[in-house]
Design a protein around this ligand. Structure first.
Ligand code: GDP
Length: 172
């Protein structure tokens, strides 16, 4: 089975996005940053896995925690490399591009894993800013970035379409 993994800093809206994609309560939506510490696999249509990676960023306060997270992700990438069709990285569209997100993209590049970047929470910025945010993140990450809101569902269909085409192209 092929799989697609979801990553992002804690509280960025990853669980909300997963729930929006499935249209039902799939992942636990938490108000407490960093609740999910395990890798959760969800089987979809009996055809592929959606993999929920633990959130990272400000919730990983100690060096020990950061190392643990790094080891977890690198082990996951190594073991599942051939099954992973794409990673979806959710970033906070209201903030400047974060070092931890850039690091995640670098790991994906190193392992040859395609990354779909989603800039979330754009309901918090004015409509006229959304295009600028997209451009800023695309410059920073050197690839396409999809603006999205889990509240208004702005951009949701584009995200779903992107994931669908990644899975189809990969023959999953
Ligand atoms: P996770 O830790 O990345 O899984 O984040 P959650 O999905 O649990 O969301 C964290 C908080 O952000 C919750 O209070 C959500 O209601 C809120 N949230 C999620 N997505 C959005 C969004 O697109 N816009 C806004 N304004 N809030 C969001």
């Amino acid at each position: 089975l092929g799989e697609i993994c979801f990553a992002g800093r804690s509280n960025v809206g990853k669980s909300t996005l997963l729930n929006n994609i499935f249209g039902k309560k799939l992942a636990y939506v938490s108000k407490t940053p960093g609740k999910t510490r395990a890798i959760n696999f969800y089987i979809v249509n009996g055809k592929y896995y959606f993999v929920d990676l633990p959130g990272y960023g400000f919730a990983l306060r100690s060096k020990e925690e950061r190392m643990r997270w790094k080891n977890l992700i690198e082990t996951y990438f190594r073991i599942r490399r051939d099954q992973i069709k794409s990673a979806v990285l959710i970033v906070d569209g209201r903030l400047e591009p974060q070092q931890s997100d850039k690091m995640f993209v670098e790991w994906c590049d190193y392992y040859g894993i395609n990354v779909i970047i989603v800039a979330s929470k754009v309901d918090k910025v004015s409509k006229s800013q959304i295009g600028l945010i997209k451009e800023k993140f695309e410059r920073e990450f050197g690839r396409e970035v999809l603006p999205y809101s889990g509240v208004t569902k702005f951009g949701l269909s584009e995200v779903v379409e992107k994931i669908r085409s990644c899975l189809e192209n990969a023959g999953a």
